[in-house]
Design a protein around this ligand. Structure first.
Ligand SMILES: Nc1ncnc2c1ncn2[C@@H]1O[C@H](COP(=O)(O)OP(=O)(O)OP(=O)(O)O)[C@@H](O)[C@H]1O
Length: 350
């Protein structure tokens, strides 16, 4: 696979009277899968379309594999796109669908057939080549769409919400398939999604966008454990945001006071005093004794089979708590001690 890097240099995009991207710079290393993640309207699709050549920037430069493609049309960019709607031709078999792009790119029929068969094999559908899209499941159709893009051997594979038409269980299967394939073949992929769990599952790097800008970027673990803002803490999984007091720092850790306890947490604010903590709901413990960092009262309790969710009112506000151990049954209105496991706490720098 000829994997290329992607660089955006100060790219802006204005649509009549509306600036979708004010000034975007980003890098995708060759051979990695980078996800553009963010709420609806943040500019993910615009960024992907600019990369594909389906839109052109108002200013700035776009490089693919080190080459300036800013002014090149889509068909000269050496990228292939997988759409959320699959966009397969309904009257063509799976094999013909995969061959189509190769043949229209000038590949002879025999070679196109061989490469299409190889594509089917890559996505584990070698026996389904003769079927029409209507005879395949949604997940199989999406794998055909991935194979069709891959056989073109693009420098960069672009995936635009590729799983959104699949049901929950299939989404998990197909996202694992896409990630396995990407790691095995080592191609570069830019993946757009609004689903944070999907982004955590497939990415080498996640770029979280907000209103056309990058809110934070980094490895999935970094974004989850070291959010730089309340927006990121909240967007990357569930988080309770609590006020705390930074008492001092030790290396990359801060000693913070939360209620009646002191905790050693990840993060360095470069100062002491009032700050905010992100607290993951599965790292909060409840006990019916008099100890704990905070006192609380259970105001909601929802039993969900493999875990219980609680809402507890404390002097620092309401907390959302996930109890996966389920070793105790705490009733509504019970008075409880609330404690925090340090690994679920992160200091928010901004
Ligand atoms: N052709 C267009 N003309 C005018 N405004 C546009 C156009 N395309 C996109 N926009 C605007 O640019 C902003 C970013 O849109 P974009 O589709 O990139 O967002 P997104 O993050 O992909 O959202 P979604 O997840 O809803 O697809 C939105 O406010 C959108 O309304």
């Amino acid at each position: 696979m000829n994997a290329g890097s992607v660089v955006f240099e100060h790219v802006s995009k204005r649509f009549a009277g509306f600036t979708a991207l004010p000034d975007l710079s980003l890098t995708v290393e060759a051979g990695t899968l980078v996800t553009l993640l963010g709420p609806s309207g943040c500019g993910k699709t615009t960024t992907l379309r600019l990369l594909a050549g389906l839109e052109h920037p108002t200013s700035g430069r776009i490089l693919i594999g080190g080459k300036d493609v800013t002014h090149l049309p889509a068909n000269e960019r050496d990228v292939a796109m997988v759409f959320q709607s699959y966009a397969l031709f309904p009257h063509m078999t799976a094999l013909e669908n995969i061959m189509y792009g190769l043949q229209s790119g000038g590949v002879a029929k025999r070679e196109a057939q061989d490469r299409a068969r190889e594509g089917l094999r890559l996505v584990g559908l070698e026996n389904q080549g003769g079927r029409l899209p209507s005879e395949l499941s949604g997940g199989q159709q999406q794998r055909i769409a991935v194979a069709r893009a891959l056989v073109l051997e693009p420098q960069v594979l672009l995936l635009d919400e590729p799983l959104s038409n699949l049901d929950e269980r299939l989404r998990r299967r197909v996202r694992t398939d896409i990630r396995d394939l990407q790691q095995r073949l080592g191609f570069t992929a830019v993946y757009v999604t609004h689903d944070q769990e999907e982004a955590l599952a497939v990415s080498d790097k996640i770029i979280v966008m907000k209103e056309g800008d990058i809110a934070q970027q980094g490895a999935p673990e970094t974004l989850y454990h070291s959010p730089e803002s309340v927006f990121i803490a909240d967007f990357m999984g569930e988080a309770n945001i609590l006020p705390c007091e930074i008492e001092r720092h030790e290396d990359d850790y801060a000693l913070v006071r939360l209620g009646r306890q002191q905790y050693r947490v990840r993060g360095h604010a470069g100062r002491t005093g009032a700050a905010q903590l992100s607290v993951r709901p599965q790292f909060i413990t409840l006990t019916d004794n008099d100890a704990g960092a905070l006192r609380g009262e259970i105001i909601h309790r929802t039993w969900l089979g493999d875990h219980i969710e609680y809402e507890v009112q404390t002097e620092l506000g309401a907390l959302f708590i996930v109890d996966a151990l389920m070793e105790q049954q705490l009733a509504i209105s019970a008075s409880v001690a609330v404690d925090f496991k340090p690994q679920g706490l992160a200091l928010i720098a901004n």
